[in-house]
Design a protein around this ligand. Structure first.
Ligand SMILES: Nc1ncnc2c1ncn2[C@@H]1O[C@H](COP(=O)(O)OP(=O)(O)OP(=O)(O)O)[C@@H](O)[C@H]1O
Length: 320
């Protein structure tokens, strides 16, 4: 079933049951030869569903830019395939993606509106200029020369230029890099609206865990060219949660957890209590068995991890 959005800037409505917006299938890419050879991507497969904000997260050198450059057609993979809306990517398919992979360059003496009008004339989409100005939050600054724009305004105008071509997905490489706090908030709000109001798929790369956690619906964690974790951000955060029990005698509780529920290995002491690594669904039974065993619990709560905890636990093996 298709979801009709209120969008005035998107060309396609989201079809959640349809093909992935973008799919990478066993993509490999190496650079250099002999001792200096680097395997930037090593058989990476990834599927980006329609209408979501999807984050590529990874430390420097993980392969994020290489993957985006392959998607943009700037690099050829050694092996593997890229698909866009279910079809092998060609220049025509790529023209349906709006890309902001490097800081965009503009004519400093032209205004934001003039830049958009110039592009709209070429694509026959003049009717989009005003809605796009509103969408990127530049309607008040529309008639100012770009030379006076902040980096955040230039980034948003870059997205506006992509929107004039009515893309079906937007690709952003480190979209908040170098922005001031206000610029970061405005960019995050824009990304949210593009996906959740306009139904566009947004694929972005970032090395900022906090950013991905706030902005993205799904995330792929890359490490040295391979995928180490993938999923809905909420699920990844739920999966690595811990349960906190505040008690009078943490050491005694640790022993009881071993006897009662064979949770000894999953429990660790904290200040004034014990953390237990269990699934959320196991919590009611654990509380019941502790209460039946006469354990007096002063506080019990689920501790949600942040993406940094998930990231560190998923990449620990690769780092050691
Ligand atoms: N043109 C190139 N020539 C040689 N090596 C390259 C080239 N491009 C990337 N690499 C290497 O490939 C690996 C992956 O780099 P890539 O830029 O894709 O990572 P990244 O995750 O985007 O990191 P960063 O955030 O630092 O850009 C790195 O080891 C990098 O040095």
């Amino acid at each position: 079933m298709s979801v009709q959005t209120q969008s005035v800037v998107a060309r396609r409505s989201v079809d959640p049951g349809g093909a992935a917006a973008i799919a990478f299938m066993s993509v490999s890419k190496g650079f250099g030869h002999g001792g200096g050879a680097v395997q930037a991507l090593d058989g990476l497969s990834l599927s980006i569903p329609q209408g979501v904000v999807y984050g590529l997260l990874g430390p420097n050198g993980a392969g994020k830019s290489t993957l985006l450059r392959i998607l943009a057609g700037l690099l050829r993979p050694d092996r593997g395939e890229v698909q866009i809306f279910g079809e092998t990517a060609t220049a025509t398919h790529r023209s349906r993606l709006g890309m902001l992979i490097e800081t965009p360059s503009f004519y400093p003496f032209l205004t934001a509106r003039e830049h958009l009008q110039m592009l709209a004339r070429a694509t026959g989409t003049s009717a989009l200029v005003e809605p796009v100005l509103r969408r990127i939050g530049l309607e008040k600054a529309a008639d100012k020369a770009v030379s006076g724009f902040s980096l955040g305004m230039k980034q948003r105008l870059g997205i506006g230029c992509a929107l004039i071509g009515q893309p079906e997905a937007i690709i952003l490489d480190e979209p908040t890099n170098g922005l001031d706090p206000d610029g970061i908030l405005e960019m995050r709000a824009l990304i949210h609206e593009l996906a959740h109001r306009d139904g566009l798929t947004v694929l972005l790369s970032s090395h900022l865990l906090d950013e991905v956690e706030r902005v993205c619906d799904r995330v792929a964690i890359l490490q040295r060219g391979v995928l180490v974790a993938e999923g809905a951000v909420a699920d990844l955060l739920d999966r690595d949660g811990r349960f906190w029990l505040k008690v009078e005698a943490p050491e005694a509780l640790l022993a009881r957890l071993g006897e009662l529920a064979r949770l000894g290995e999953k429990a660790e002491p904290g200040e004034g209590g014990v953390y237990v690594r269990i699934e959320r669904a196991e919590v009611p039974d654990l509380i019941l068995s502790l209460a039946n065993a006469g354990v007096r619990i002063h506080e019990a709560k689920w501790i949600k991890p942040d993406l940094e905890t998930v990231f560190l636990s998923e990449t620990r093996e690769a780092r050691s």
